[in-house]
Design a protein around this ligand. Structure first.
Ligand SMILES: *[C@@H]1O[C@H](CO)[C@@H](O)[C@H](O)[C@H]1NC(C)=O
Ligand SMILES: *[C@@H]1O[C@H](CO)[C@@H](O)[C@H](O)[C@H]1NC(C)=O
Ligand SMILES: *[C@@H]1O[C@H](CO)[C@@H](O)[C@H](O)[C@H]1NC(C)=O
Ligand SMILES: *[C@@H]1O[C@H](CO)[C@@H](O)[C@H](O)[C@H]1NC(C)=O
Ligand SMILES: *[C@@H]1O[C@H](CO)[C@@H](O)[C@H](O)[C@H]1NC(C)=O
Length: 946
């Protein structure tokens, strides 16, 4: 603290004199007030006090006044005519003839009309008078042709830019490991402007993201909200949306309220595990940190009380600490706390802490058990936290084991705010709208589902005065969709951020009329109720129908597996003129056709006939899952629940007792049944799985095929084929080198090698079983194509080769087609996660074709795979989506089904395919309208009711 200079040491400058005078007046005013309040003063004493009033007392008093100013926009915010994010030169834009979901009126308002954007702001919506439009000279007009328009998508939980894509060692700035409570760290300081994800996520409609530090720490640091577009300044700071003034201390306008700040907290497994501590240690870290912040806050409050009363004597400097100021701000209610927290035990711990220290949590994130404890959330200090969820990503660790797809609707029914989030790039935020679509499919009302990725996250982040709604005065962030945003495969035709069109030449695949409406989703009330009743673990064991004869009625179409790996339509209501029937006896289809015909045939069989009304639904071949360790693990993050990893001959010595380098492991020996992921997949019509031994090296081993709904390995039809193909990986690691890995493969393909591995290679060389190679880089694929040619020129026998992963396969589509190599795209919607997989073909709206349609056009047999076991259930939607994206002309419904069934099975060496069929109520298998209700299994002679 500066003392007022002694009068006669140096002559004060004029400015100083006037400042001193102002200060004197202020102090006298304060003293005057004190007199009114009844204090007694001694004049002499008063003068000596004046000597100790700090030089910057006015600033300190300003600071004191600001301490408890509530966060938010200035009261005149909506009088703005130019956005602070406006890029000069952006022309005004008129979007004509839009169907606008505004997000207003609790998400029920839909306006048909136009939208005028100027200076980064939405100026007008609806019927806009021509006279008004005449004001704008260079109006850029976009005809939406009646298409749906929504606010830009908002992601409340992202690590875009801090854990960048492609993932390179030099750009991973998500977590600090320097302590458990680090409220002084800022995601802003690690935000890379060159993440490949920005453009990709924008192409999915994402306009705003909240960039959180990771969850390795109890308090990981401050989060910052950004808009995803590139800026003319090309800097990190220019991406920020309403940054708090603290990032630019040269610009604190004390007359304005502070802006909302954001902060990451995490409880449970992650922080406890990272520091080899326990939950008790983590909670103590929180309490200790909050205790530190509380002390500072109390000192500040006491200090300011005295300072405002003019009692400057011995007051010392204003108590503050740069490391703790953000946490003090949490206690002042000016920070939105985003709390990664899963389980009841941890949610309870956090709720207790909020009440102990008196602060609010904006949202619990991940929060897989919140739907089981809604009343606990309502006990949190201040207000109940919102809940930010994944739709179906669960069970990947113990904390997520009770996660439910019904959580969004259950929480909404309990009156809590529901947000869908990406945790990019845990999920690719390009497809955040798909999380809302799934939540809607499993029962979240459409108004809330759309709000869950627009207005609700905006409100929770304290930004709902400018984003999350289509409303005059709001930021000009909009998405024009190619179909209803809750329809499967909905993709933007154009995305505006701050009024700037983000897609240069958008490619739009025409969608049918039906896709322009929100899907009529099935009823899951009973399932949702059971999820709660069973504490998150409802029974999933399939129930075989006792009656041998079943008549499915009201069937709109039927597809079955035809000869030669094809899938064909064998009944269609539109062709037959009426809804059909399917008669099944002991799991075998006896009749497909008009109800009169199949009904008659059914009556020729003895015994009871069970009638199942499919209500306009369909019957289709069941699907097969491949690409994750499904069938070899229960919980990804818990090694004791898994088969475990094989020993890799390129990375370590394989014990000689095992056969040394000549050993090969069979996945069938590690199969485990009845995992929740497998049973949930079965309920979703994914009745078979193909898995290869879990490996992080070159050699995985022999794959196996199994039934996802089987109780144990010895139950009928549990194992479909013991050994399918040999699986290896090339290029996933570089020690030893990729060229070493190729060299090993060449040696094995030339000489066969020793032992069991040698036997497997002999079959490969003879073309009897496929060799399945996980590979992403086009350069490595090119080398493999050459190697295949080399080997075949010696043996004169075609090798069966399948590439999986294959992110860059589209670059070699012609060559892969000519080489007769098959491709399993994994993941089906590509993401440039690594350097070797960065040259993806993103698909519409960025490119006209997607990888699947490009490969199919070059005569490549294509299958689709998954990365993690939880997602096996979603293959039906993955297949439908890839078809919708490519367009009916490129990938028909039958071809889409084949991607996840017959093609996949052929490519992976399953000789006699999965012969199950799925009966789907209400709609089609690959849509958000159908609900799988029965599995018809000729192989097991059963019909399981789901
Ligand atoms: C634009 O036109 C309208 C007439 O509809 C007029 O009232 C308004 O003042 C004009 N100017 C601006 C800047 O809006
Ligand atoms: C809006 O677009 C729809 C669909 O293309 C069209 O039928 C309708 O006539 C258009 N309305 C106007 C006002 O242009
Ligand atoms: C800090 O704020 C001032 C006042 O608005 C502005 O001129 C300056 O550019 C800002 N500095 C940075 C680095 O943003
Ligand atoms: C077919 O559906 C209609 C309408 O839902 C229903 O009334 C009828 O009972 C169903 N018919 C059969 C045979 O299940
Ligand atoms: C694909 O196969 C068909 C039939 O075998 C052939 O006519 C066509 O030329 C092939 N296309 C390409 C791109 O190889």
């Amino acid at each position: 603290m500066d003392k007022i200079p002694q009068p006669n040491t140096t002559a004060p400058r004029k400015q100083d004199v006037s400042r001193k005078r102002r200060l004197l007046v202020r102090v006298l005013l304060a003293l005057g007030l004190a007199t009114v309040l009844g204090f007694q003063f001694n004049n002499v004493h008063r003068l000596s006090r004046l000597q100790t009033v700090p030089l910057h007392a006015d600033k300190i008093l300003d600071k004191c006044r600001q301490l408890n100013a509530p966060a938010g926009p200035p009261s005149n915010f909506h009088e703005r005519t130019v956005s602070d994010r406006f890029e000069s030169g952006t022309p005004p834009t008129l979007i004509k003839n839009a169907t606008i979901w505004t997000g207003r009126v609790s998400g029920y308002e839909v306006v048909k009309g136009d939208i005028l954007l100027d200076k980064g702001i939405i100026l007008a919506i609806g019927d806009i008078e021509q006279a008004y439009l005449n004001n704008f000279s260079e109006l850029n007009t976009v005809d939406a042709g009646g298409a749906w328009v929504t606010p830009g998508i908002v992601d409340i939980h992202s690590h875009i830019g801090v854990g960048s894509a492609p993932d390179l060692k030099g750009a991973d700035d998500t977590n600090s490991l320097k302590g458990l409570a680090l409220p002084w760290l800022r995601s802003l300081d690690g935000l890379n402007t060159h993440d490949d994800s920005y453009q990709l996520s924008i192409s999915g409609g994402l306009t705003t993201a909240n960039i959180l530090p990771g969850s390795a720490d109890a308090i990981g640091g401050q989060a910052f909200t950004i808009k995803l577009r590139s800026t003319s300044e090309r800097s990190t700071s220019a991406m920020l949306l309403e940054p708090p003034y603290t990032i630019n201390a040269s610009y604190v306008d004390p007359s304005l309220p502070p802006r909302w700040r954001q902060m990451k907290h995490a409880c449970g497994e992650n922080p406890s595990r990272v520091y080899s501590g326990t939950r008790m240690d983590t909670i103590w870290a929180f309490r200790q940190a909050y205790d530190t912040a509380r002390k500072i806050k109390e000192e500040q409050d006491t200090y300011c009380e005295k300072a405002s009363a003019g009692k400057w004597d011995n007051l010392g400097p204003f108590p503050e600490d740069l490391q703790w100021e953000a946490l003090v701000d949490v206690l002042r209610g000016r920070v939105k706390v985003h709390n990664h927290c899963y389980e009841a035990v941890d949610l309870d711990g956090m709720v207790r802490i909020t009440n102990e220290f008196k602060f609010s949590i904006a949202a619990f994130h991940h929060a897989h058990e919140t739907y089981l404890v809604p009343d606990l959330l309502k006990k949190a200090y201040g207000h109940p936290p919102g809940v930010a969820l994944f739709a179906t990503n669960a069970r990947y660790k113990r904390e997520a084991y009770r996660g439910s797809e019904f959580a969004p609707r259950i929480l909404a029914d309990s009156g809590l705010q529901v947000v869908m989030k990406s945790d990019h790039y845990v999920l690719n935020s390009r497809h955040l709208i798909n999380e809302a679509q799934q939540a809607h499919y499993y029962g979240l009302a459409s108004n809330l589902a759309l709000a869950s990725v627009t207005s609700t996250p905006a409100a929770i982040m304290g930004l709902d005065h400018r984003i999350g709604l289509v409303k005059t005065g709001y930021d000009a962030d909009l998405v024009i969709w190619d179909s209803h945003p809750l329809a499967l495969g909905a993709a933007p035709q154009q995305v505006f951020i701050d009024g700037i069109a983000q897609l240069e030449t958008p490619h739009v695949t025409p969608k049918n009329v039906q896709a322009q409406k929100a899907p009529k989703t099935p009823n899951f009330d009973k399932e949702a109720q059971l999820a709660v009743e069973y504490d998150g673990l409802p029974p999933l064991t399939p129930q075989p129908e006792q009656a041998a004869s079943i008549l499915f009625t009201n069937v709109s179409r039927v597809h079955t597996r035809g000869p030669k790996c094809g899938i064909s339509q064998v009944y269609s209501m539109s062709e037959a003129g009426e809804l059909g029937a399917v008669f099944v006896n002991k799991g075998k289809i006896i009749c497909v056709g008009l109800p009169s015909i199949c009904g008659k045939q059914a009556r020729t069989f003895k015994g009871d006939i069970k009638v199942i009304d499919l209500q306009g639904g369909s019957i289709a071949p069941a699907l097969t899952s491949f690409g994750s360790p499904l069938g070899l693990e229960d919980i990804q993050g818990e090694s004791s629940t898994k088969d475990g990893k094989v020993i890799d001959p390129l990375k370590s010595d394989v014990p000689s007792i095992l056969g040394g380098d000549g050993s090969v492991i069979r996945a069938v020996d590690g199969l485990q049944f009845s995992s929740r992921d497998a049973l949930i997949a079965y309920h979703a019509g994914v009745t078979a799985g193909i898995s290869s031994p879990i490996s992080s090296g070159f050699l995985s081993g022999l794959g196996t095929a199994f039934t996802t709904g089987a109780f144990h390995k010895l139950s009928k039809g549990a194992v479909l084929q013991d050994e399918t193909a040999l699986h290896i990986t090339i290029g996933a690691f570089t020690t030893p080198s990729v060229s070493t890995q190729i060299s090993l493969l060449r040696r094995l393909l030339n000489s066969g090698g020793e032992g069991d591995l040698g036997e497997a290679f002999k079959k490969i060389i003879k073309g009897e079983i496929p060799i399945v190679v996980a590979v992403d880089s086009a350069d490595i694929m090119a080398t493999l194509i050459t190697l295949k040619r080399e080997v075949e020129s010696e043996t004169k026998t075609p090798l069966q080769v399948t590439f999986i992963g294959a992110a860059e396969a589209h670059l070699l589509a012609k060559e892969i087609g000519e080489a007769g190599i098959g491709v399993v795209l994994r993941p089906v919607r590509p993401f440039p996660a690594t350097w070797k997989s960065r040259r993806i073909l993103p698909g519409p709206p960025l490119t006209a074709e997607n990888a699947a349609s490009t490969l199919i056009r070059h005569n490549v047999t294509v299958g689709i795979g998954i990365e993690e076991s939880w997602s096996a259930r979603n293959i039906r939607f993955d297949a439908g989506w890839v078809g919708l994206e490519a367009g009916e002309d490129s990938i028909s419904y039958e071809q889409a089904l084949a991607l996840a069934s017959t093609n996949l099975e052929k490519l992976l060496g399953l000789k006699k395919g999965n012969s199950d069929l799925v009966a789907i109520a209400h709609g089609d298998f690959l849509s958000f309208e159908g609900k799988p209700t029965a599995i018809i299994s000729e192989g097991r002679n059963t019909v399981d009711l789901l």
